[in-house]
Design a protein around this ligand. Structure first.
Ligand code: XMP
Length: 516
């Protein structure tokens, strides 16, 4: 589906690089209104008119309005007459644009309480005092002249919310998109009501439209290449393209030798059941050969991406009717690796990297405006089995990025077994489905162990298990000691090469989910 979706009412989110921008966009969609993110510096009149939103939200930011030339929304946005909600940095930016004063304050981080001092439709359903979540050190010291103060922080007395008199322009210093803000959803719901936005956005209702759009794009006789991994994004992509072009879809499943235990066979069977009948290419030897001696993580990713491209090129060279490459790129991929000046490129995700350009194919990305939970909804409509829908995300470069240092047959064997143990134990304990991801990582350094009376140096394995809503931020999962103990005992018993199992307790940020 193309951006600027005029079939649905939408909300435009202007992104100043805030950590929670995607969360805002998802919350709005959960409330039934389509949302789109535009990096602040890309916000032009044309972009605005293309999206034609019912309301605008200004996001948070790591920047400060007190900096020299801070990023600011364009002035014209204030004159359009549609509701505007500034969140955190957005609240401060609004205050400054409208003549208020922002200063450096004492800082409010984490849970806080606000007191509603003036009743307004945006706070309908709020009690006099409510729990919110804040993360700021600047604050609005003096509101704009024509502003009404709606709420203040209980502790600091800072302005927690203001409104421009008689206009639907609001600022909130706290984060309504974060679940710790108890009535955050209520506030966003109120805002959508003020905007008069129709609640018609439902991903499952868009399948026919996506399929028609693909059919229209692909010329008669043209074929589409789609590489599938067994994961939900590529499977749903292939199924949508299949509906659109039938046998002109060439599905390819490459075993790069970096998959989990028994995975290649399982994926093949599943894809066949879904009617996708992929061309199967066992390239494990080729990949392992290319990775020999390589320790640098980005280098590993590049080699893997390049080999995938080589393999696809070989297929394309044999079939000149293949003109298109279908990819399972989702909305966070588009925005994360997009043009936002604040979003540093942390890792090269090869499904968004240079691959398509090298192949000379036109690219089709039917999921590029969807979030993961929305892709899951599409998957259900398309008959994808639950085990695929509930499967944890698995990175394209597979176990290579979970082996710190050089990849070898021995390390792969150990990591495969350990992965199986972790997955089995979490499933047995009934908590697998509640986690975003959970997996072991094999380290390069060693830990001294004892075997009988003898000293032996063995591998260190780190278990990483996280809860997350979209993989953009993550919290380490508070798994019980009993479960961790079972995992640790099984790993060291079944894999004598391992002498230490540790648990990773750093959230994202500052860490990432995968080690590399
Ligand atoms: P990080 O490690 O950046 O990961 O916090 C965020 C999410 O992305 C997944 N991931 C990948 N997915 N190709 C993919 O398709 C990749 O190269 C890749 N690297 C990381 C990761 O598993 C997590 O869900």
């Amino acid at each position: 589906m193309a951006e600027g979706n005029r079939d649905y009412d939408s909300v435009l989110i202007v992104d100043f690089g805030g950590q929670y921008t995607h969360l805002i966009a998802r919350r709005i969609r959960e409330l039934g209104v389509y949302s789109e993110i535009i990096p602040a510096r890309d916000l032009s009149r044309e972009a605005f008119e293309r999206i034609s939103p019912k309301a605008v939200i200004l996001s948070g930011s790591p920047a400060s309005v007190l900096e020299h030339e801070p990023p600011m929304p364009p002035k014209w946005i204030l004159d359009i007459g549609i509701p505007i909600l500034g969140i955190c940095y957005g609240h401060q930016a609004l205050a400054r644009m409208l003549g208020g004063r922002v200063s450096r304050g004492v800082g409010e981080y984490g849970g806080a309480r606000i007191r509603i001092v003036r009743r307004d439709a945006i706070f309908e359903g709020f009690g006099d005092v409510e729990e919110v979540w804040m993360s700021h050190s600047d604050y609005v010291e003096k509101p704009p002249e024509d502003a009404e103060i709606l709420a203040v922080s209980e502790d600091t007395g800072y302005i927690a919310s203001f409104r421009i008199s008689g206009k639907p322009i609001y600022g909130v210093q706290f984060h309504p998109e974060v679940s710790h803000t108890v009535k955050g959803r209520v506030l966003l719901d109120n805002f959508l009501r003020l905007a008069g936005a129709r609640r018609e956005w439902r991903p499952s209702g868009t399948v026919d439209r996506i399929v028609n759009e693909i059919s229209r794009s692909i010329g008669p006789g043209e074929k589409v290449l789609c590489a599938v991994s067994g994961g939900i994004d590529s499977t749903v992509t292939a199924l949508l393209v299949k509906r659109a072009v039938g046998d002109r879809l060439v599905t390819v499943f490459v075993d790069h030798g970096l998959l989990r235990e028994g995975e290649a066979q399982e994926v093949l069977e599943r894809l066949r059941k879904l009617g996708l009948n992929p061309v199967f290419i066992d390239a494990s030897k080729r990949f392992l050969e290319a990775l020999r001696g390589v320790r640098d993580p980005e280098e590993k990713r590049k080699i893997i991406g390049k080999l995938f491209a080589d393999i696809f090129k070989e297929i394309v060279d044999k079939d000149p009717d293949i003109k298109w490459l279908a990819q399972g790129t989702t909305y966070p991929d588009v925005i994360e690796s997009g043009s936002s000046p604040h979003a540093a490129r942390i890792k090269t995700h090869h499904n968004v990297g240079g691959l398509p350009r090298d192949l000379g194919l036109k690219v089709i990305e039917p999921l590029r405006s969807f979030y993961k939970d929305e892709v899951r909804e599409l998957a259900r409509v398309l008959g994808v089995p639950d085990e695929v829908i509930k499967r944890h995300p698995f990175p394209g470069p597979g176990l290579a990025v979970r082996i710190v240092g050089e990849v070898s047959e021995e390390k792969l064997r150990i990591l495969r077994r350990a992965t199986k143990i972790v997955e089995e134990e979490l499933k047995t304990a009934g908590i697998y489905d509640s986690l975003w991801q959970a997996f072991p990582v094999l380290l390069e350094s060693s830990w001294v162990g004892v075997k009988g009376d003898a000293r032996r140096e063995g591998y260190i394995i780190i278990i990483r298990a996280v809860e997350s809503e979209d993989g953009m931020t993550a919290e380490w999962a508070r798994i019980s000691y009993e479960i961790l103990d079972r995992i640790s005992k099984r790993i060291t018993r079944e894999l004598p090469e391992v002498t230490m199992v540790a648990y990773a307790i750093t959230p994202k940020p500052p860490s990432t989910i995968e080690p590399q």
